[in-house]
Design a protein. Structure first.
Length: 132
């Protein structure tokens, strides 16, 4: 009975998506930080984030909410890929040394322990000497 009423109420509404869940998670993080700092600003910020998430969930303008979520997901994937690239570079530090081509900026990976080597850029064929 109650579930049927909720389904009827939510019919034609947007519901939750990744952006709404991220807003809720950020609001929760600010709520937890507020406990340790006793800051009213963090409390207000967490309430605003919860309110925006609730507004998005109950919104009937599905096109706008999808566009907002798509923009968020694009930014999220860029940040995730950037962070993954940093982690991969950090993991490879022991075995490889990374250089940038002085002319085109291409990232080049050379095994460590080779001494001074002449490196040829695979992108622009520029040659330069570095110590690996």
């Amino acid at each position: 009975m109650i579930m049927q009423k909720i389904r009827e109420f939510m019919y034609g509404r947007y519901g939750t998506d990744q952006l709404s869940l991220a807003l809720i998670a950020c609001g929760f993080a600010f709520s937890v930080l507020r406990v340790f700092t006793d800051s009213k600003l963090l409390y207000l910020l967490s309430l605003v984030l919860y309110g925006i998430a609730l507004f998005r969930t109950l919104s009937k303008d599905i096109g706008k909410r999808r566009a907002e979520n798509q923009k968020f997901m694009n930014l999220w994937y860029k940040a995730k890929n950037w962070w993954g690239g940093l982690q991969a570079d950090f993991d490879e530090r022991k075995r490889y040394k990374h250089f940038k081509c002085p002319s085109c900026g291409q990232k080049i990976r050379i095994p460590r322990g080779r001494g001074k080597v002449e490196i040829r850029c695979p992108k622009c064929s520029e040659k330069f000497i570095k110590k690996a």
